[in-house]
Design a protein around this ligand. Structure first.
Ligand SMILES: C[S@@+](CC[C@H](N)C(=O)[O-])C[C@H]1O[C@@H](n2cnc3c(N)ncnc32)[C@H](O)[C@@H]1O
Length: 321
């Protein structure tokens, strides 16, 4: 069941976003049941290098990461993952922690109840004795409610370059709040998509088989379904561009013609001009200096950053000061 608070917030955010200029809808609303399944397909696309790179990094470096985090606190680990989705990325870490005979609890937080129930099935299939819980909450809400262990070492995962969906000031705010909710000495393993050539970046957000287009267009289908909208999806197209100034891949839905859209639950009619855009996502890209800056500004110390063999992606292990 979808968290009611999240459903109410969807209506409020669509209302505000379609009244704003330029129009926008926050990217977290991609992840209804269809969107979560489409995202899973995206992770398997040849163009979507992010997942493959991060999986390679975690698989290759789990022994080292677990070696670092178990020093001085060898008995129990409280693993907390923000925006977990339905991915097996943390499995090599879990395997390594259990092999080191440490006691482990795993809490996965996600706005998508579909992603959480699929993840829960996979976790319990692979690790039947693991203490697992899914929290269907938004990141900031979860920061206030997630249980931080005082008698165990907390390790937070924030993978998939989810941090890239925040604007720079929001990312510092979120990481700072996260650090304040942890105990000094706790750890964060955070994934960053690194800056690279547009010839690699753009296809990752606009693939040849059209799954990223479907993923973006699904936002309009979700408004039709959940809020009684009458978007004709054939009157919009998907666009992904790299914005050099903000250092982010940006996704848009662009109106092909002048059109009026009525949204019943908002009792709102919204007019689009031909060529008018709805901003649906920014995915910021980083270099190692940006990562240093973010860690410093949010009160973490970088212990080590791990890169994949192509140097497309970084997983950085931080410690709360
Ligand atoms: C890009 S996917 C990444 C999933 C996974 N961590 C990975 O690396 O493949 C982002 C995930 O974060 C969740 N998410 C996005 N915004 C969120 C928010 N504000 N609060 C909680 N979960 C969020 C989505 O539902 C989705 O499952």
């Amino acid at each position: 069941m979808q968290n009611d608070k999240l459903s109410g917030q969807f209506a409020a955010d669509v209302d505000a976003g379609l009244k704003s200029s330029p129009k926008k809808i926050p990217s977290r609303y991609f992840y209804d049941s269809t969107g979560s399944q489409l995202f899973k397909q995206i992770t398997q696309l040849p163009e979507y290098y992010l997942t493959k790179c991060e999986e390679e990094i975690i698989l290759d470096n789990s022994p080292r990461i677990v070696g670092i985090i178990s020093v001085n606190f060898p008995e129990s680990i409280n693993l907390i993952e923000f925006g977990a989705g339905d991915t097996e990325k943390p499995f090599p870490l879990i395997t390594q922690i259990l092999a080191a005979q440490l006691s482990l609890t795993y809490t996965a937080i996600d706005i998508s109840d579909t992603a959480l129930s699929d993840l829960s099935f996979r976790v319990l299939e692979k690790f039947p004795d693991l203490k697992f819980q899914g929290l269907n909450q938004e990141y900031f809400e979860a920061l206030n409610s997630v249980k931080i262990g005082n008698n165990s070492r907390n390790l937070v995962l924030f993978l998939g370059s989810n941090i890239g969906n925040f604007k720079h000031n929001q990312s510092i705010d979120f990481l700072d709040q996260m650090r304040k909710s942890l105990n000094p000495g706790d750890y964060l393993l955070i994934g960053f998509d690194l800056k690279k050539d547009n010839s690699i970046l753009i296809p990752a957000y606009d693939d040849a088989s059209g799954i990223t287009r479907e993923f973006n267009i699904n936002l309009l289908k979700r408004i039709n379904r959940d809020l009684g909208g009458n978007f004709n999806i054939n009157n919009f197209y998907h666009s992904a561009i790299y914005n050099d100034t903000s250092g982010a891949m940006e996704s848009y839905l662009i109106s092909k013609c002048v059109q009026n859209i009525y949204i019943e639950k908002l009792n709102q009619t919204c007019t689009f001009l031909a060529g008018e855009r709805i901003h649906t996502e920014s995915s910021h890209k980083y270099d190692l200096n940006d990562i240093d800056y973010l860690a410093e500004a949010s009160g973490f110390k970088i212990l080590e950053s791990f890169l994949d063999s192509r140097k497309y992606f970084a997983c950085s292990l931080w410690q709360a000061k």
